[in-house]
Design a protein around this ligand. Sequence first.
Ligand code: AMP
Ligand code: ZN
Length: 482
Amino acid sequence: MPTMPKLKLYNTLTRTKEDFVPLDPANVRMYVCGPTVYDYAHIGNARPMIVFDVLFRLLRHIYGENHVTYARNITDVDDKINTRAFERWSRKRPLLAEMRELTEGTVAQFNTDLKALNVLDPTHTPRATDFVVNGAEPMDMVRIIDKLVVRGVAYAAEGHVLFSPTEMDRLLGVPKYGALSKRNLDDMLAGARVDVAPYKRDPMDFVLWKPSNPETEPGWDSPWGFGRPGWHIECSAMAGALLGEQFDIHGGGIDLVFPHHENEIAQSCCAFGVDKLASVWMHNGFLQVEGRKMSKSDGNFVTIDELLTTTTFGGRDWPGPVLRLAMLKTHYRQPIDWTVRALEEAEATLYSWSRVGDQHLVGEPDEGVLEALQDDLNTALVFAKLHKLRDMAVEFPEVRPRFNASVALLGIKLRPLSDAAGEVGDLVGEIETLITARLDARRARNFAESDRIRDELAAMGIALKDGKDADGNPTTTWEVKR
Ligand code: AMP
Ligand code: ZN
């Protein structure tokens, strides 16, 4: 009898770790909120992309490649995007077309970033603008909003359509709004700010549709006039159209629990007449940079592209696998501090693994690694297990396929250090940079620093040999430790 997989996932809805039971094991369905594409994506945006990519890989491993459907959206209509599109609009074509061209560029950049991070293509990457009014889709945004109005939980006012959480709870007969974020509607109403927009009946009412000025803002014709959707309705429509009225897992960053995900649940449950949208709600913790919240004005805003292709973070660029490994070292629900130090450590780990790594030697992943990963993606434990496995693989080559398969499950590709020079070109560059830094430190009689670099290289599996050249100048050669 094959052993049944025991995947456990922490569910924000119940605040507990639960056994994962798919609605249909032949088609496990997951939706993750993607980026708003008005500019380069920052490294915080990369976190859910990498975390849920690991989950996607794990689900495929457990249920089979063809039995997992993963949708990750692109928000390509938003006030910041609208403003940028308007600024560059030549008026020779519709503003909507201008906006589309603008976001084509940022989406292409985002895809390049994700390729470098070895993030797999999801099954679907819907763009919000394709789901506003779409005759081919039974579940576009306008149709869902219309259903909500008919059901009496939404109303039109001054070109807007608003969703009323109060009406929702009245319709259901139980207080349901706030179940995900554990907020109580009465408390929220009592604490609501006084400067509420005049077209709202209730301070907690949120926008499903808003009017657009055709001269300056992109929009679509609708029963409520020319306008554009609110952000929350986008995900209800895309998830509904691609995954169905109910599905298994919904993910995103912790910042999205309220109001975005709370509102998604409210809209979808009321429109589709279901009591739940996703069975499991998963949220990654926030990423900050060198101990501070990332912010453009504080000068610590870091894009994925900058890390990969420029020297602005730590004075050098960083390979995609180093970024990916650094992201996974911390458990996904914990906050993560993105530091140069952490990237250096991740690089050292990667090098030490590369010593026994060879992506061509792939077997079955290690049971212990799999078990840790199935325990709510306990990557911190996975790393501890991988370090041990790596040490075993140094001694026993027969362990290497198991080690490689386990690392591959995290989406990390290893290149063997002992490969032909061309293949390890960038590794060689890194090693030589470190050796030069060490020689500089020795010349400056900074022996602590020189020892530190020697240790760092040793952790990468590199042994140094010091000597002198014909003129008596110190030289250092290196070799891969066997
Ligand atoms: P946004 O483009 O801001 O809508 O974000 C896209 C995705 O990235 C969402 O799932 C967010 O929750 C997530 N996200 C944004 N900023 C961070 C951050 N600093 N740390 C972790 N996740 C983030
Ligand atoms: Zn969303």
